[in-house]
Structure formats: structure tokens, C-alpha cells
Design a binder for this molecule. Structure first.
Ligand code: BG6
Length: 480
């Protein structure tokens, strides 16, 4: 994980299946362009797009130009784009593109990005095998890695028939976020933090991925997914693993992933009774009316797909036994916010009793993954004056104020790492399988949907999951 110098990856070609799709347009092409500007693409190597659209090289370059102009983090510089565009090639995939690709790809090492729906993985892998391209190829795939435990196992077996695990990169873009990587530096680079990070001090933990956008035009796709598969099983469980893992013996990729696996393996299978599934109805978000989920194109009028899920779980490890973890994610909520909050235990004695101070707010550590990236520590202080009046105050670190540089996009970091052959920030086979395993009882017996209005905090029933305290209110600023 720690990188002191930025290395140029070894020579290799990069093939992107689904090269004219949304992911390529919004994320992959702009990220590759940014890497090109920074001199972080291989010295030699083509970027070959393939998709069903009938384009030639010039047509694909024009497509990439528009994508970069619209989505690149630093905007488009025409000269820099011209340099990048020299690498771009296109192979239409109307029928089997394997033989054509074999003619274009000249380098012995290559990496293949499957930016396509999972149903296309197996046929593409087969085509690569038949055209002799599997040899020397690494594969990058996007979540969802299966839709339950057994399909995840099948997918992993299908991948392994073509490519060994050491050449598979499963992307969870949350791991490419600066603030997520900083969790490890915060935890393992600070003695004070290390001392409090366990059941002795922490009473419970809340992890939240709240979005204020709805499902928009992805209704058809989302019907097959839902919040559990879209965010809980991957992004939230990865945040949980990084929050709970023990220090690895080194930052070697396998040592780090071993520690994450131990956490995922220690999650007690989640009971359906400890889960609340919600779905948004029409409502106002940030002053704008949003149609309800069931009103969207491609969504059944009696859909029971969840756009929100909250759950309580236990991590049966030495450090975290007895600490409840509350996880929630949802669309069309009152605000966009991803954060991890650790609530500390009450002080052992209330020495201020009789001084007018009723109850002391327990200390709290908040890691703001996005937006307003930062970390804060809340504690109580005496308000100045002749009588003892307690007041909650906060120490705050803000990325924006402390570091004045623009963080790289998650996909820049992840693509660069994959080109370097560094697996640290990618999901290993066992991680995804253990995460599914913990959630399988819920998939087998999905609790009924509770409705919530778009622009709200989610279904009020989520409150019933709390053993003590309550969910941190999303409508408040997270520093409150
Ligand atoms: C994706 C989900 O993985 O993450 C989307 O499929 C979600 O539904 C997105 O909107 C959120 O990503 P971010 O980086 O905006 O938090």
C-alpha cells in the first residue's frame, strides 16, 4: 500500500471490453488519460477498446475525446490528449473479437478489463482462451462478484479455469479512495489511535454509505441488484474489514488481505431479524421532487427490491467481541455521506453529578470518507464561566485544509496498481466469498420492504436495530 515513488508499469497492452459503456466513458478513459499525463502508463503498450458498437480507431478516439473532455479530473488539454490518443485502438466485437485482438496485441504481457455485465464474463474468457490470449493476460473485473455465495463460487471457478488468482484484479472502487487508504495510516501510524481501537473503549460502531441520488435511469439493472448487493456486500463490508482488521505483519498485499479475510470470516452470519430493508417513494431531495423507485422505467410497479438496507452484526474476534456494528446504505436519502463513527464507552463514574450536568456525551471518532473528507474527535469540555457547564466540542482534521492538492480519482490509483501488478487494493477470492457467506441468511429469507420518502433518513424501523443509542442523524452535518 505505501508508495514512496511512483513507478512506470512494465510494457503491456490494455484491452477494455465494454469500451463504449458508461464505466469506460465516465471513469476508465478519463483515468487512463490522467495517468498518461503523469507519465504513469507503460512506455510501450496499446489501449485497445472493444465493444459491440461499429467504430474504427478514429471513431473510438473521438469517443474517448468526448469522455475525457466531460469527465477528466483536470479537464482536457488537447496536446496531452493527442499523445494519449496515439495508444488508442478499437476492435468491434460484433462477433468473436478474439482473432482480431490477437493481431492487434503484440506485447507478451497484457491486462484485460471486463467492463461488461457479469453474464458476458464467461463467453469473453472463452474467446480469449481460444485465440491464445489468456496466456500472459491478467483480468480486471468489476463487482458484483456473483449475486450470492454459490454464484460467487461459480464465477471464481470460471475465472480460475482461465486465469490463476494471482492474475485476477477484483475492483471495489472504494479501496481506491484516498480517505479509505488513510484509514490504515490513521489506525496503524498513531499510538493513541491504536490504544483506543477495540472493545475496551468502543461501545458501538456505525458505518454509513448514504446517497442523495436515486436509481435514476438504472432501474432495469437495479431491479436485479438492490442495496445489499450493490453496496453492503462490497463497499460497506470492505470498510468494516479495514476498520476491524489487526495490524498486518507488513504491507505486503497478501499479508494485508489475510487480515481483512480474518475479519470477514469472523462476521457472525447476519440474522434476517437484524435487518431492515427499505424502498423510497416519491419525495423531495434537496428541494427537487424525485419520483418513487417503483415509478422508474424498468422497475416493476410492485417491486420488492431494496434501495436501502440497515443491519446489525457482530464480529467475533478478540478485539471486537461484544461490540455491535451497525451498517446502512441507501439511495435518495436526505444527504450524501459516507462515514465511519466509533462511539466510545461512557466514563466509569459520573463525577459531575449534582453540578447540573445530566449526562456526558461519550467520545466519538468520525472518519468522513466523503464528502468534506476528514477525521474528527468529539469530547466534552467545560464551558467558560463560574459554574460547571459541559459542552461537546470537536477536534477536526480536514483534507481540504491540511493538504491543498487534489486527490487522484479512485480509478487512477487502481488502474495504475493493476498495471504494476500490485494486488493490495483488490479483492481476493476468499474475501468476496466470506462476505457473501455472512449475508447468505438474509438473501435466503429477505425481510419485507419498508417504505421511506425520498429525501428522508430512511425507514424509521431502522431505529429498532439499535441496542443502545440511535443512528447518527444524516440530516445533521457529520461534525455535529
Ligand atoms: C457503485 C454503485 O459501486 O458505487 C452505485 O454501484 C453507487 O450504485 C456508487 O452510486 C457510489 O460510489 P461513490 O464513489 O459515489 O460513493
Amino acid at each position: 500500500m505505501p508508495r514512496r515513488t511512483l513507478r512506470v508499469p512494465p510494457d503491456q497492452d490494455l484491452v477494455v471490453f465494454g469500451a463504449t459503456g458508461d464505466l469506460a466513458r465516465r471513469k476508465l478513459l478519463p483515468a487512463l488519460y490522467e495517468l498518461s499525463i503523469q507519465g504513469l502508463l507503460p512506455r510501450r503498450g496499446e489501449v485497445v477498446g472493444t465493444a459491440t458498437r461499429e467504430l474504427d480507431d478514429a471513431g473510438f478516439r473521438a469517443f474517448a475525446h468526448d469522455a475525457v473532455a466531460e469527465f477528466a479530473r483536470t479537464g482536457i488539454d488537447e496536446d496531452a490528449f493527442a499523445t494519449f490518443a496515439k495508444r488508442l485502438r478499437y476492435v468491434p466485437a460484433v462477433t468473436d473479437p478474439g482473432p482480431k485482438l490477437a493481431r492487434v496485441l503484440r506485447l507478451p504481457r497484457r491486462i484485460v478489463y471486463l467492463a461488461v455485465p457479469p453474464s458476458s464474463f464467461a463467453p469473453i474468457l472463452q474467446q480469449l482462451k481460444e485465440s491464445g490470449l489468456s496466456r500472459g493476460s491478467s483480468i480486471i473485473i468489476e463487482k458484483p462478484f456473483g449475486h450470492d455465495l454459490s454464484s460467487a463460487r461459480q464465477l471464481n471457478q470460471a475465472l480460475h479455469r482461465n486465469v490463476p488468482e494471482e492474475r485476477i484484479y477484483r475492483i471495489d472502487h472504494y479501496l481506491g479512495k484516498e480517505t479509505v487508504q488513510n484509514l490504515l495510516v490513521f489506525r496503524f501510524g498513531n499510538t493513541l489511535v491504536e490504544r483506543i481501537w477495540n472493545r475496551d473503549v468502543v461501545s458501538h460502531v456505525q458505518l454509513t454509505v448514504a446517497e442523495d441520488i436515486g436509481v435514476e435511469n438504472r432501474g432495469h439493472l437495479y431491479e436485479e441488484t438492490g442495496a445489499l448487493r450493490d453496496i453492503m456486500q462490497n463497499h460497506l463490508f470492505q470498510l468494516l474489514a479495514l476498520t476491524c482488521m489487526s495490524p498486518p505483519s507488513s504491507f505486503d498485499p497478501e499479508a494485508l488481505r489475510d487480515e481483512k479475510v480474518k475479519v470477514l470470516q469472523s462476521i457472525r452470519p447476519v440474522a434476517p431479524t437484524e435487518v431492515v430493508r427499505g424502498q423510497y417513494t416519491r419525495g423531495s431531495v434537496n428541494g427537487k421532487m424525485m419520483p418513487g423507485y417503483r415509478e422508474l422505467d424498468g422497475v416493476s410497479p410492485d417491486s420488492t427490491t431494496e434501495t436501502y438496507i440497515a443491519l446489525r452484526l457482530a464480529v467475533d474476534s478478540w478485539d471486537w467481541a461484544g461490540v455491535p456494528f451497525y451498517l446502512r446504505c441507501g439511495k435518495a436519502l436526505v444527504t450524501r455521506r459516507t462515514e465511519i463513527m466509533l462511539f466510545c464507552r461512557d466514563v466509569p463514574l459520573h463525577l459531575f453529578e449534582g453540578t447540573g450536568i445530566e449526562a456526558l456525551q461519550p467520545n466519538r471518532v468520525t472518519i468522513r470518507i466523503q464528502p468534506d473528507e476528514g477525521i474528527s474527535f468529539s469530547f466534552v469540555a467545560k464551558e467558560p464561566g463560574p459554574v460547571v457547564v459541559e459542552q461537546g466540542v470537536r477536534m477536526d482534521f480536514s483534507y481540504g485544509q491540511s493538504f491543498r492538492t487534489e486527490p487522484a480519482e479512485a480509478y487512477e490509483r487502481l488502474l495504475h496498481d493493476a498495471l504494476l501488478g500490485d494486488h493490495t487494493l483488490f479483492i481476493r477470492q476468499d474475501e468476496t466469498e466470506y462476505a457473501w457467506k455472512a449475508l447468505q441468511p438474509v438473501l435466503d429469507d429477505m425481510p419485507a420492504i419498508k417504505l421511506y420518502s425520498a429525501g428522508s433518513e430512511g425507514p424509521p424501523e431502522a431505529q429498532n436495530l439499535m441496542l443502545t443509542g440511535s443512528w447518527h442523524t444524516l440530516g445533521h452535518h457529520s461534525q455535529d
